[in-house]
Design a protein around this ligand. Structure first.
Ligand code: S3P
Length: 433
């Protein structure tokens, strides 16, 4: 049973050892939940994400007429609205979840009725112009509040679009595809860096037809979606905290099974390999076009080396960069991160918070507009960490704390529940003290 407490003390560990199966991927769960709620028929999902973000998606879809039930065995059962939602007279609460807000906007813009989307303080600071632009180009009527939520949508039929995303964003791509799904004619999204492609794979699993090239995806609407039964692969962005923790301890060994290994998400495995960690991947399987496998990680006796993450790599690793930066002081040559300006507009300004918390632990770090330089060969001490209410900051510094001298206090530790409520319990299971 996991408990959510606002503060957690993390004691240093001697080693990381064990075997875990992680809850379902957040990105895939959002998409399966949203598409199932929009489709015809009843879908059933095992290993659905336990995070609060995906609960926000399900709650919004319930408010729009879908039925969601959690069965005793943990299966999430969703009966869809068959392509037309019931407008809700209450605002739809997206909580902390940018994915919910941006993707649902695309789903709702072509629907009949008016909709209001709201979020918590963090989500209400995040940029929403990026979805207003393409949706307005399709003819949608969207009102933002100074570029942010609350978002008001006056829904109605749209025109197709050929859109090139200015910032790499799977959420924006998905928003346009979900509007295109319901719009007569061919809608195309082009991107310079290939972002996670769970929407493309999920749409096909729900029986939509779409065409893809190396840097574009096109969908011809309108099309109906049909219910599926699926197992959600374990979340590799949650696994990142454990993979990085294991990489810190020579002699560690950690096995993660049923882990999602979609190539647009698995870049961390390459980066850890470049740092010198030993990674093996076993039992690869295809589940609804998502790759799933077992990953074993162990650390070399000589410790981790150094690496640079920039360009396309930065976009593909965007959710894993906080934990990579947090373990960087323990490498021999440090980690350099660039082209990651998007980190500043996530659940918090992750560049500023990583730099501040590394310094609180006594580390040297240089902050740039689009990244960080974290020198290696440093010794860190326990400190009080301000997570800023950001789940990935809370978990990243819990990992850094494992190799620090003395205890670390994580403030806002309960934010881990946004994506990974089980995090602290599982960390206690594999951290040897
Ligand atoms: C996500 C896409 C990424 C990522 C977020 C989840 C998704 O955001 O940071 O945690 O599920 O599509 P952007 O699409 O804004 O880059």
């Amino acid at each position: 049973m996991h408990t959510a407490t606002a503060e957690r003390i993390i004691r240093p560990a001697r080693n990381i050892f064990g075997s875990l199966r992680l809850p379902g991927d957040k990105s895939i769960s959002h998409r399966y939940g949203m598409l199932a709620a929009f489709a015809e028929g009843t879908s059933r999902f095992t290993n659905f994400s336990t995070g609060a973000d995906c609960a926000s998606t399900l709650a919004c879809m319930q408010a729009l007429g879908a039925t969601v039930r959690k069965l005793d065995n943990g299966t999430v059962e969703v009966t869809g609205v068959g392509g037309s939602v019931t407008p809700s007279n209450q605002p739809l609460d997206c909580g902390n979840s940018g994915s919910t807000m941006r993707m649902i906007s695309g789903l709702l813009a072509p629907q009949q009725g008016s909709f209001t989307l709201v979020g918590d303080a963090s989500l209400s600071r995040r940029p929403m112009e990026r979805i207003r632009k393409p949706l307005e180009a399709m003819g949608a009527r969207l009102t933002l509040t100074d570029g942010h939520a609350p978002i008001h949508i006056a829904g109605g039929p749209l025109q197709p679009i050929d859109y090139t995303t200015p910032v790499p964003s799977a959420q924006v791509k998905t928003c346009v595809l979900l509007a295109g799904l319901q719009t007569a004619g061919e809608t195309t999204v082009r991107e310079s860096v290939r972002t996670r492609d769970h929407s493309e794979l999920a749409l096909r699993a729900f029986s939509a037809r779409l065409t893809r090239t190396v840097n574009s995806v096109s969908i011809t609407g309108p099309q109906a979606l049909h219910a599926i039964d699926a197992a959600v692969p374990g979340d590799i962005s949650s696994a990142a905290f454990f993979l990085c923790a294991a990489a810190l301890f020579p002699g560690s060994s950690l096995i993660l099974d049923s882990l999602g290994l979609n190539p647009t998400r698995a870049t961390l495995l390459d980066v850890l390999t470049a740092l010198g960690a030993h990674i093996s991947v076993l039992n690869l399987e295809d589940k609804n076009s998502e790759l799933v496998g077992t990953v074993q990680v162990s650390s070399p006796p000589e410790g981790l080396r150094s690496t640079t993450v920039s360009g396309a790599l930065a976009a593909q690793l965007i959710d894993e960069l906080p934990v990579l930066a947090a373990i960087a002081p323990y490498t021999s040559g440090g980690i350099r991160i660039r082209d990651a300006k998007e980190l500043r507009v996530k659940e918090s300004d992750r560049i500023a918070l990583v730099a501040r918390n590394l310094r609180a632990m006594g580390a040297e770090v240089e902050e740039f507009e689009d990244g960080l330089d974290v020198p290696g060969g440093q010794t860190l001490h326990g400190a009080t960490i301000d997570s800023g209410g950001d789940h990935r900051i809370a978990m990243a510094f819990s990992v850094a704390a494992l190799r620090a001298e003395g205890d670390t206090l994580i403030q806002g530790a309960d934010s881990a529940a946004i994506s990974f409520p089980e995090f602290f319990d599982l960390l206690d299971l594999v951290a040897e003290r």
